[in-house]
Design a binder for this molecule. Sequence first.
Ligand SMILES: NC(=O)c1ccc[n+]([C@@H]2O[C@H](COP(=O)([O-])OP(=O)(O)OC[C@H]3O[C@@H](n4cnc5c(N)ncnc54)[C@H](OP(=O)(O)O)[C@@H]3O)[C@@H](O)[C@H]2O)c1
Length: 338
Amino acid sequence: MAATTREWHLAARPHGEPTPEDFRLVEVPVPEPAAGQVVVRMVVMSVDPYMRGRMRSGPSYAPPWEVGEVMKGGAVGRVVDSRAPELPEGSLVLTDAAWRETAVLDAAAVTRLPAEEDVSPSWYLGVLGMPGLTAYAGLFRVGAFREGDDVFVSGAAGAVGSLVGQFARLRGAGSVVGSAGSPEKVAWLRELGFTAAFSYRDGVARGLAETAPDGIDLFFDNVGGEHLEAAIGAFRVHGRAALCGSISGYNAVEPPPGPRNMGLMVGKRLTLRGFLVSDHADLRPEFTETVTGWLRSGDLVVRETVHEGIEQAVPAFLDLLRGGNVGKMVVRLAPDPD
Ligand SMILES: NC(=O)c1ccc[n+]([C@@H]2O[C@H](COP(=O)([O-])OP(=O)(O)OC[C@H]3O[C@@H](n4cnc5c(N)ncnc54)[C@H](OP(=O)(O)O)[C@@H]3O)[C@@H](O)[C@H]2O)c1
């Protein structure tokens, strides 16, 4: 077992876009595990947009990261030393104790994962993990998807968005339009089977008018701002939006302007509903069975952008906020020993 481990601490709360100086990589001793604890070597960790919110103090649905302390986040690791009989050495586990290479954790605080040969450990941070459940719950429950719906997805080439578009197609959407930040991402969305896709950098309302000229029924929003305004304009009567995120405003110093066309909501009788994936944990068994089936049949395409090594965790996070990922962004911390 390593006597020391490296971990990322929050060094400062950013004003606007975070910079490398807001983080510090620190080497700390690994304590001896007590009874009921395990030593977990992280194999792969997640960087996610919600982490930008953890860097901010003030009211939120989750507590902030503290300055001078280790940051938290999802990771998959292997138990390399165990004082807990229910989690023997070699167990694959999901933890929220990432941003470090090795951690001593209470066995009750980690989730044992099945050892499936055809499932990459990183998928438990993406398609079979939090982003996958977000896409599933947001589309099917919050957005009340119906066969034949014409669907629009923003942030469509990311972890959540790329799954939303494919889930909608697999369940019989009338059409699926996606927006993303570059021509390369737009080309990939077409490969994934989106009916149409456009780069929002050329204007959202214009892109949506060109790709969905007859309007939309359902909008899955990862971006907010201009995207939400364009969707309100494009909705048919009784349109529905699942409001998943508003990443266009995450680095904003001033509150971003709201959609200017909210008045249309009345005449169109629209439903706009925000949600948190944590409220939909009851869907997990159905989600896992359905999505595993789509993965095994080859119907679902998964893409990841992978950085290597704990030193790359902060560059990966900063890159994620700037659109440097296609599909799920992860950081591989160690070769998986099993
Ligand atoms: N409600 C929940 O429970 C829940 C759970 C998970 C995630 N979320 C939210 O879902 C959204 C997607 O998360 P994810 O994990 O799938 O991340 P992601 O889409 O894989 O990565 C973030 C993407 O956001 C896009 N982006 C960044 N700045 C933007 C801007 N100003 N305008 C438009 N797009 C911008 C970038 O793509 P481009 O190159 O296309 O710009 C980037 O690749 C986020 O808003 C996140 O907060 C919510």
